[in-house]
Design a protein around this ligand. Structure first.
Ligand SMILES: Cc1ncc(C[n+]2csc(CCOP(=O)(O)OP(=O)(O)O)c2C)c(N)n1
Ligand SMILES: [Mg+2]
Length: 886
């Protein structure tokens, strides 16, 4: 009911409420409102739905804290940073190299960052873990500009913005890989910043609860309002609310625009976000209007100004800023005569200068202060209303402003005037766009230095290596897994569980191991770890678990070591990232093992995996229940035959497909040595399988060396004679390869060597490196690739079979000295028995056998008709359709 049918009665209720607020405070008022609302709903009626507050500042004027800074000095500092940020991009785009860069986004968020740098963000010190700031990716020029003024970056570096190849320049966006001492978090792929920040805060709490790091760190994520449309941006906010992550702040720069146009032209992005975050249990602090509006609101006794604010849509708000004061007077205030009256004494210029909250240091400071010190133990989102392209006449609030990279001399002059930097007309007219840095003893520099010193040092800053030195177990320590399994049939997933359990119990690094699962531990047989090591929960366990009377009950514990992240691969991956970079962020090494269905790995969270490379994450990703035909009953969407190809695209991701427990133990031990002891910036992807069979044992160091390099000789079967082949196998398909070897020997008199290939990716990388070295050293004796080195002199054609697409094994073709034939699982998976699937994809023992015979026929060792006979003998249909087509 919109219409007020009894204003006198309404006023009585409002007066009563005002008196409660005045005399007894907000808590009492809330209590009464809740009672009233309970009363209405218990009578079966609807309660008014209100997830939003009006479109105004959350913090009232009389609640604002005193501003602790020198606003005038800060304004001057901010102006020079803003100038340098623009100069950097415009200079980079004068060369004609089309380097790109962004001007308008930072201009809209400069005040937000400045308040953080001047008053809030602590650098890590001996006594404080430091704050972690996720900078919005494409405002990087603004952060460089500040570092330049601080003397941390040189003019030469600024001039090489986006020129990264020769190592002198600054990366286009925050990329730890390219600036390892500076940027901490890659954020520019929209949505990755917010989800990473949430899980960073979550892992921070995990470490605090385990008393592994000092308390007091905070995570600040700066995000765009357009970016909030990414599912990753909002998809995990309920975790932060539920876990009371009051160490987390989002600052969303609501400049109402994204790249092409308005974020919500016909609505209000601030209000929409408010509702979502409130629903997820966050504090929402709206910073809508700057202080120049305060007087107008105070004079607006009838609430008409508020009514107008509530009804106006973002498309209009954008147009007001873009068209100026006269337009705003007519279209905004002019709608109601009382509002036109309210601003009659203001000039058009005054109206244009009515500022938005995100550009007002007083309002922004108040919001940040509330987030830090008055947050009711919940995460806080600050919704800062700003203008995109603020202060840039050529682009302010214009739809095209995101892409603005070049400014005319006149535009530069106007912007220079607005910033008040001492740059001459002559310089600008001569095409120079000088940077500006005040002298070291200027009040501005003193101010910057004092404030950053008080906050522990300069940011951004990244620690490239942890100071702590750890020792990892030796391969001998894993002898339970590296020895022959005898008659016992086990899977590599089971072998992995043994390795992990042993690591968790290890005296030296056991407390550094972080197992991570997304609701799939039982699938991998890991449920025994629940009771043994506990599932992390900030609440401990407030209920008696249903299975408490069983040996392996579901134990939740504040000291629990396992991160069970629910059905949430992106969240689990983000937890893994936070743990895998703890050596850098917390100076405390962790070894996370994220175990998941291999199909729901790289293809689902590919962009986070790519970011992990940039982040120089160190840890293990375990694609359990892998293999297109080995995971047999689940069908097309579960059966992975390509994750190794995807993983291989990440330069510092080391990948292995294991057949046996001793391979797995060798690889994990080597990974620990490289990542933990040597602090090498690589991470591991290992696939394990759930097919049970007997496992042989590790023979010697040479075998271990081959496992790490990517292949080794498993069966040395070729002696004298002409009928010889080389078979390569990996994963579970190794069992088919070995069976084929038996058949070839027994039924066709062929001698066979069997090679175990643990990583076609590693073999390829090494061989490509050898090729490159040979190219660069044309007169030197060529380096032989490892593949060539082990295969040369071996007799007979080579047949490779794996549970992965043919492209995976095909990679090494160039370096295999013999004829090379590849079998693989190209096509969509489907549910059936393993035997049926391997027949369907033509990777079983029969198909390997006919492929070997055909290779022998091709080289003239046997006759083609013998191959035809083999097809008949083995009952293989030569009219079978190509599996990739069905
Ligand atoms: C996943 C992804 N998609 C698209 C882009 C390209 N992109 C860069 S900035 C941008 C617009 C950002 O708008 P908003 O989040 O509102 O930030 P603003 O610049 O307005 O602060 C887009 C689409 C990207 N970086 N990442
Ligand atoms: Mg925006």
């Amino acid at each position: 009911m919109e219409h007020d049918i009894d204003p006198i009665e309404t006023q009585e209720w409002l007066d009563a409420l005002a008196s409660v607020l005045r005399e007894e405070g907000n808590d009492r008022a809330q209590f009464l409102l809740k009672r009233l609302s309970d009363e209405v709903s218990s009578s079966g009626e609807d309660v008014p739905f209100a997830i939003n507050t009006p479109f105004r500042n959350t913090i009232r004027l009389d609640e604002e804290p005193k501003y602790p800074g020198d606003n005038e000095l800060e304004r001057k500092i901010r102006a020079m940073i803003r100038w340098n940020a623009v100069a950097m991009v415009v200079r980079a785009n004068k060369s004609g190299d089309d380097l790109g860069g962004h001007i308008s986004s930072f201009q809209s968020s400069a005040t937000l960052y400045d308040i953080g740098f001047n008053h809030f963000w602590r650098a890590p010190t001996a006594t404080h873990p430091g704050d972690m700031v996720y900078f919005q990716g494409h405002i990087a020029p603004g952060i460089y500009a500040r570092s330049f003024v601080e003397g941390r970056l040189t003019e030469e570096q600024l001039d090489n913005f986006r020129r990264e190849v020769d190592g002198k320049g600054l990366s286009s966006y925050p990329h730890p890989w390219l600036m390892p001492d500076y940027w901490q978090f890659p954020t520019v792929s929209m949505g990755l910043g917010p989800i990473q920040a949430i899980y960073q805060a979550h892992v921070m709490r995990y470490l605090e609860n385990h008393e592994k790091i000092e308390k007091g760190g905070r995570v600040w994520a700066f995000l765009g309002d357009g970016e909030m449309d990414e599912p990753e941006s909002l998809g995990a906010i309920s975790l932060a609310g539920r876990e009371h992550l009051d160490n987390l702040n989002f600052v969303i720069n609501c400049n109402l625009q994204r790249l092409d146009g308005p974020v919500r032209g016909n609505g209000k992005i601030v209000q929409e976000l408010e509702g979502m975050f409130r629903g997820a249990g966050w504090n929402v602090v709206k910073v809508i209007w700057g202080r120049h509006w305060d007087k107008l609101f105070a004079a607006d006794k009838k609430g008409l100004l508020q009514k107008r604010m509530d009804e106006v849509v973002d498309g209009e708000l954008q147009a007001y800023k873009s068209h100026g004061g006269a337009y705003t007077r007519e279209h905004f205030f002019g709608k109601y005569p009382e509002l036109a009256e309210l601003v009659k004494d203001l000039s058009d210029e005054d109206i244009y200068r009515l500022n938005r909250g995100g550009h007002d240091p007083y309002k922004v400071y108040a919001a940040f202060q509330k987030a830090v010190s008055d947050n009711n133990g919940q995460p806080t989102v600050i919704l800062a209303h700003t203008v995109k392209g603020y202060g840039i006449e050529a682009g302010e609030a214009k739809n095209m402003t995101h892409s603005l990279k070049k400014l005319s001399v006149d535009d530069l002059k106007t912007f220079r005037d607005r910033c008040g930097v001492p740059i001459s007309d002559e310089d600008l007219e001569a095409g120079k766009i000088p940077f500006y840095r005040p002298s070291e003893n200027s009040p501005e520099m003193q101010y910057i230095r004092n404030h950053r010193n008080n906050l522990g040092g300069y940011l951004p800053m990244r620690r490239a290596k942890a100071e702590d030195k750890l020792e990892v177990p030796t391969l001998e320590d894993f002898s339970a897994v590296t020895k022959d399994s005898g008659d016992r049939e086990i899977s590599t997933t089971m072998a992995f569980n043994r390795v992990l359990t042993q690591l968790l119990k290890d005296k030296k690094i056991g407390n550094r191991i972080v197992p991570i699962v997304p609701d799939e531990a039982r699938t991998f047989g890991m449920e025994g770890m629940f009771r043994q090591f506990g599932i992390y929960s900030p609440w401990g366990q407030t209920y008696i678990p249903q299975d408490k009377n069983q040996v392996m009950w579901y134990k939740e514990d504040v000291k629990g070591q396992i991160l069970q992240e629910g059905i949430n691969e992106s969240g689990a991956m983000s937890s893994w990232i936070a743990a895998a970079t703890a050596y850098s962020t917390y100076n405390y090494q962790l070894v996370p093992f994220y175990v998941y269905y291999s199909m729901f790995g790289f293809q689902r969270i590919g962009d986070l995996a790519w970011a992990s490379g940039d982040l120089q994450a160190r840890g293990f990703l375990i694609g359990a229940t892998s293999g297109r035909t080995t995971l047999n009953g689940e069908g097309l969407q579960h059966q992975d035959g390509h994750s190794h190809i995807l993983a291989g695209t990440i330069p510092n991701c080391v990948t292995y497909d294991c057949s046996y427990g001793y391979e797995l133990a060798t690889i994990v031990q080597d990974g620990l040595k490289r990542m933990v002891e040597d602090q090498e910036n690589v991470f591991y992807y290992i696939t394990t399988l759930n097919e049970n069979y007997q496992h042989p044992g590790l023979v010697d160091d040479k075998m271990a060396d081959g496992i790490k390099k990517g292949m080794y000789l498993l069966e040395d079967g070729v002696k004298k004679g002409k009928k010889t082949v080389q078979l390569m196998g990996s994963g579970s398909i190794m069992q088919e390869v070995r069976a084929a070897a038996e058949m070839l020997r027994d039924n066709w008199g062929v001698q066979v060597d069997v090679w175990a290939v643990t990583s076609y990716n590693e073999l390829t990388r090494e061989a490509l490196d050898a090729d490159r070295e040979n190219l660069l050293n044309p007169e030197a004796k060529p380096r032989e690739s490892y593949v060539t080195e082990v295969m040369k002199g071996r007799r007979g054609p080579v047949i490779s079979a794996s549970d992965y697409m043919k492209n995976y094994a095909n990679q090494i073709r160039k370096w295999v000295p013999q004829e090379y034939h590849v079998l693989g699982t190209d096509g969509f998976g489907r549910s059936d028995s393993r035997a049926q699937l391997r027949h369907f994809f033509e990777v079983d023992r029969n198909w390997i056998t006919v492929a070997a015979l055909k290779a022998l026929a091709d080289e003239g060792t046997i006759e083609a008709k013998e191959v035809t006979a083999a097809f008949e003998k083995l009952g293989l249909d030569t009219n079978k359709p190509n599996p990739v087509t069905v």
